[in-house]
Ligand binder design. Structure first.
Ligand SMILES: Nc1nc2c(c(=O)[nH]1)N[C@H]1C(S)=C(S)[C@@H](COP(=O)(O)O)O[C@H]1N2
Ligand SMILES: [Mo]
Length: 155
């Protein structure tokens, strides 16, 4: 089973799998309910995140993260402001089977500023907390085209 790394900027690291993530999130639904013309089973991003915080015993849950960074197997990555994730869903299986083409997981951001944020083949999730008061914009692209610093500056 493929593993997904979850990095928490302040709180360390844990490792999980798509099936375990879905189980932790609780409820699954057809991704089509949120994104027309798509197929497969998904779970709600926020349901997973809350469950993960609780599971990990994080008391910092009171602090709302500022953004989610997802990194894909092909080095594509996206940095998504937390407020764009309200309807975000994680696709994790198709007809009960692990995703073959876009696995281990794919993110869909229905209320996002761009369809380009629907990152496929995610292998790493990073949850960013910072005290920045400035509203950040989403950024995406292949890793070699921008550094982590560039991401933070929204180049
Ligand atoms: N891993 C990965 N995810 C990716 C991309 C990519 O190149 N690699 N392209 C993005 C872009 S730019 C778009 S517009 C959408 C396209 O999604 P679709 O193939 O389902 O239409 O996927 C996004 N997710
Ligand atoms: Mo795109």
């Amino acid at each position: 089973m493929q593993e997904i790394k979850i990095e928490h900027f302040e709180l360390g690291l844990s490792v999980t799998s798509p099936a375990e993530m879905a189980k932790l999130a609780g409820t699954s639904f057809k991704v089509e309910e949120r994104v027309p013309e798509t197929a497969g089973e998904a779970f709600d991003w926020h349901s997973w995140y809350s469950a993960w915080l609780q599971h990990a015993g994080k008391t910092e849950a009171a602090i709302t993260p500022s953004y989610l960074i997802v990194e894909a197997a092909d080095t594509f990555e996206a940095s998504i402001p937390w407020e764009q994730l309200e309807q975000a869903a994680v696709l994790y299986q198709l007809n009960g089977e692990p995703l073959s083409k876009t696995g281990p997981i794919r993110l869909y951001v229905p209320n996002g500023s761009s369809k380009c944020l629907n990152v496929k083949s995610i292998v790493k999730l990073k949850i960013g907390y910072n005290a920045a008061s400035e509203q950040e914009e989403a950024a995406y692209g292949f890793k070699h085209t921008f550094s982590a610093d560039d991401l933070r500056k929204n180049k």
